[in-house]
Write a protein that binds this ligand. Structure first.
Ligand code: HAM
Length: 463
């Protein structure tokens, strides 16, 4: 009987919006993390590692069930034991959960923490938007002071500056405290209700569910209303106004380039007072210029609609991506069950987006060393003992590279030359038996025979 052919399986790929990061690209990520962690440590922040999975309620109760992040983008699962867990979409709520769980309130305040790792949002992948992305975050928990808001913004800018992103713009706004929020939301809702028929479907919902997010809408039909919408900074309580004024004074004193953006509300529900976002200033983006050229044409209504839609698509594709964002979140602790409010402020940098910038200056991680020695082995006897020689070099912290799979001297010397490694160690049959190696200066081609026992001292003494 003819053997039934099993269908050929397609090789699986990584899930949509998630990817492998390999070799030198991974070094770029690692280098960024080391640099950011160094800045955070200098400013007294301590590392925290939070789980990839959290109980779903950590995000439901804090980020807001009506936000895109919770409503549409969260990866959730039910465990065999019946627990409802979520892959972390952001780090602030889990860090606050950890603060409360470990009784950090009883330590000297504020608690300053930093974290780095993958976060997950089930969004449509596009330029700079992934389903798995990496953030570096800092959180200052237990301080109501405006200096903390300024410090978080300052450190975010400092880290971006240190990796080469010098031309950045910081958008700031204040959405006030509880006292400011009630009258402001009343006025905002009243204003939008007058235009309800012309709003996009999402915004019609937002009027009831989450009015602040009306200002966050990216739909073309809602943009004209955004311009004239009431602004939160005009409705700040005296305390909120004083707080925001102080933050701005600190930003001035720190000579940061910022602008007040009255439409900045950010996508998460837990913010109060200061909110901020950072983007790189792209000199080549000028959507206004595009619009000006196009309006010079004589056009019909239909042509105009098409042109406007095209301009908006272009502007969206070229618009600078937010590299970082954050703000104050004084009421989040109570949303997580704390009896008392815990004042806090923080921000996170989207590391994938930083690495996309043409201005990003790759930072080499400390574990990656420029090799000083290329190790060449010849013959079976030498191959057998190769790892011993490499271990002598590692023990002496001398960076070495090799290709143990190659056999010919010329192929190995060729690689050493190509990689511009200053010295080669040649280890042949004779040397293996005598317990020696030949050290060759790749530039002058001079060679010395050195006993294995003396090798690390010899190498340390050459330039
Ligand atoms: P967020 O604005 O949602 O804030 O994210 C911070 C940064 O992460 C964004 O500015 C962006 O650079 C990056 N990011 C967000 N989503 C994606 C994505 N899908 N693909 C690539 N990059 C992305 C938060 O997450 C808050 N937890 C920040 C914070 C800390 N607030 C207070 N403390």
């Amino acid at each position: 009987m003819a053997k039934k052919e099993t269908p050929r399986k397609e090789t699986p790929t990584s899930p949509k919006g998630m990817r492998d990061i390999i070799g030198s690209e991974q070094h770029k990520y690692h280098g960024f993390f080391e640099k950011a962690a160094e800045v955070a440590l200098y400013y007294g922040f301590q590392p925290i590692e939070i789980p990839m999975l959290e109980r779903e309620e950590v995000f439901l109760s804090t980020n807001g069930e009506d936000t895109d992040l919770v409503g549409k983008e969260m990866y959730t699962l039910k465990t065999r034991g019946g627990d409802k867990l979520a892959l972390r979409p952001e780090g602030t709520a889990p860090v606050m959960r950890a603060y409360l769980e470990h009784g950090m309130q009883s330590q000297s305040q504020p608690i300053k923490l930093y974290y780095y790792g993958s976060f997950f949002r089930h969004d449509n992948p596009q330029r700079g938007r992934y389903r798995e992305f990496r953030q570096f975050g800092i959180e200052m928990i237990g301080s109501p002071k405006s200096i903390s808001d300024a410090m978080v913004i300052y450190l975010t800018a400092l880290i971006l500056n240190d990796v080469g992103l010098k031309n950045i713009m910081i958008d700031v706004n204040s959405i006030g405290d509880k006292e400011s929020r009630v009258p402001y939301l009343r006025e905002l809702t009243q204003y939008y209700r007058k235009h309800i028929n012309k709003l996009c479907g999402n915004c019609k919902q937002r009027i009831k569910a989450n009015p602040l997010r009306l200002l966050d809408c990216k739909s073309a039909e809602c943009q004209p209303f955004k311009e004239k919408a009431p602004q939160s900074i005009a409705h700040l309580s005296p305390a909120a106004k004083a707080h925001f004024k102080e933050v701005l004074e600190y930003l001035d004193a720190l000579r940061l380039t910022y602008r007040i953006n009255p439409h900045l509300v950010r996508g998460l529900d837990y913010y109060t007072h200061t909110v901020f976002e950072v983007a790189e200033i792209a000199p080549d983006v000028a959507p206004e210029a595009l619009a000006e050229n196009a309006t010079q044409l004589e056009e019909t209504g239909e042509e105009k609609d098409r042109r406007v839609a095209k301009e908006e698509r272009k502007a969206a594709a070229n618009a600078p991506l937010a590299l970082a964002g954050g703000g104050r979140y004084d009421y989040l602790a109570k949303q997580l069950g704390s009896k008392k409010d815990v004042p806090a402020v923080g921000g996170s940098i989207g590391v994938d987006r930083v690495l996309l910038s043409p201005n990003y200056k790759a930072v080499t991680p400390r574990i990656v060393k420029k090799p000083k020695i290329y190790f060449i082995q010849l013959g079976f006897e030498a191959k057998l003992k190769s790892l011993e020689v490499i271990e002598i070099l590692r023990g002496a912290r001398i960076p070495v590279t090799h290709s143990l799979n190659k056999d010919s001297l010329s192929a190995q010397l060729g690689t050493a030359e190509k990689l511009q490694i200053p010295y080669a160690i040649i280890f042949g049959q004779k040397e293996a038996l005598e317990g020696t190696v030949i050290v060759r200066n790749m530039q002058t081609r001079s060679q010395d025979t050195v006993k294995l026992a003396k090798l690390s001292d010899y190498i340390k003494n050459i330039k």
